[in-house]
Write a protein that binds this ligand. Structure first.
Ligand SMILES: NC(=O)C1=CN([C@@H]2O[C@H](COP(=O)(O)OP(=O)(O)OC[C@H]3O[C@@H](n4cnc5c(N)ncnc54)[C@H](OP(=O)(O)O)[C@@H]3O)[C@@H](O)[C@H]2O)C=CC1
Ligand SMILES: CC(C)(CO)C(=O)C(=O)O
Length: 310
């Protein structure tokens, strides 16, 4: 099994590093700034599960002749428009793409373009950040990946990934209902990231304030109503399932969107809250709380470093 990871950011570096430590041949496709950092220092990870430093192959352009069995897409949503040519080429060379982006909007685009035989669904649960120094900090015990096919046909290579990740202590699950699972994470995240970023608060502080907790609860209901208006197959009791999950989070937890906003980085607002608002408008669903959050987040979305990051 050969793996190409597009984007040696927080997720790509951490999970790619785990595979390399299992002897899996992993190559990273990176841009020039990250290329220099990795050339100079290697891939450096500081993690609650143990630090590591690795020197994997890195490329700035893919070769028209090299085939990769699996491609992990671990860029931010706002990077995707620059990657279609690369993805076209990889798919034409037979690769299967697994995107681990938060949200669901990218699945429509990827599936329409390449079909389910070349695109799996992917979900990641962890807390990791790429620091300006190039070091990736992974700060939570959570290290979980979920992969599945919308066609139900999971390629054999996924079994090899599961075995390699399991040996590294990464929880890797094959989902039989990947779009449902992606939506459940999306519903949780779009509300959680909106609340923590707009209120500039941890989940514990939000839940401790009766009015803020009530805002969060209604925002969750609004979001579930949008999903239902799109006929997303959701399990019974989806509200209580997600609400219980929110209540069981570590009190100090914030979202990666909040952390990125604190650093002045661009935010995936259009991909997360923007997508929700557009679906709500199209399907005439009233989402007053989530719509306000979307308007509040929009001015932060480009970040203060857009020229550097985009
Ligand atoms: N971080 C986390 O804990 C979690 C993140 N996610 C999701 O995973 C996705 C990735 O997040 P994360 O890893 O944090 O993001 P990062 O910003 O840490 O990493 C993204 C990386 O992609 C690189 N990149 C962008 N465009 C290209 C390109 N054309 N070619 C090669 N590399 C490119 C960037 O390069 P450069 O450094 O040059 O800018 C950057 O290093 C997001 O959708 C996020 O919401 C999901 C769960 C948890
Ligand atoms: C909630 C969390 C940390 C789970 O992975 C996440 O995806 C994010 O904040 O972007």
């Amino acid at each position: 099994m050969t793996v190409l990871i597009i984007g040696a950011g927080a997720l790509g570096t951490y999970f790619g590093g785990k595979l390399i430590q299992e002897g899996v041949p992993v190559t990273f496709l990176v841009r020039s700034g990250r290329y220099q950092q990795i050339q100079n220092d290697g891939l450096v990870v500081r993690s609650v599960h143990g630090d590591f430093r690795l020197n994997p192959p890195i490329l700035q352009h893919i070769s028209p002749t090299t085939h990769y069995d699996v491609v992990f897409l671990t860029v931010k949503s706002y990077h995707l428009p620059n990657l279609w040519d690369t993805l076209d080429q990889l798919v034409s060379q037979g690769s299967v793409i697994i995107p681990f982006l938060n949200g669901v909007a990218h699945m429509d685009e990827l599936l329409t373009r390449y079909g389910p035989e070349h695109v799996l669904g992917g979900i990641c649960y962890t807390e990791a950040t790429l620091l300006p120094s190039g070091v990736v900090e992974q700060t939570s015990p959570m290290q979980e990946l979920v992969v599945g096919s919308v066609s139900g046909k999971i390629p054999g290579v996924v079994g090899s990934l599961r075995e390699a990740f399991a040996r590294q202590g990464v929880q890797f699950t094959e989902s039989q209902s990947i779009m449902t699972d992606m939506w459940i994470k999306y519903i949780f995240l779009v509300v959680f990231s909106a609340a923590t970023t707009v209120f500039r608060s941890s989940i514990g502080d939000i839940l401790a304030d009766e009015q803020s907790a009530s805002w969060l609860s209604y925002a969750l209901e609004e979001t579930i109503t949008v999903a239902k208006s799109l006929n997303v197959a959701l399990p019974e009791h989806v509200y209580s399932r997600i609400w219980n999950r929110i209540q069981s989070l570590p009190l100090s937890m914030t979202s990666s969107m909040f952390k990125d906003s604190q650093r002045g980085y661009p935010l995936e607002v259009e991909h997360l809250q923007g997508y929700l608002a557009r679906q709500a408008w199209t399907h005439h669903v009233q989402i007053p709380r989530m719509e306000t959050a979307y308007w509040a987040l929009r001015p932060l979305a480009l970040g203060q470093n857009i020229a550097k990051m985009a």
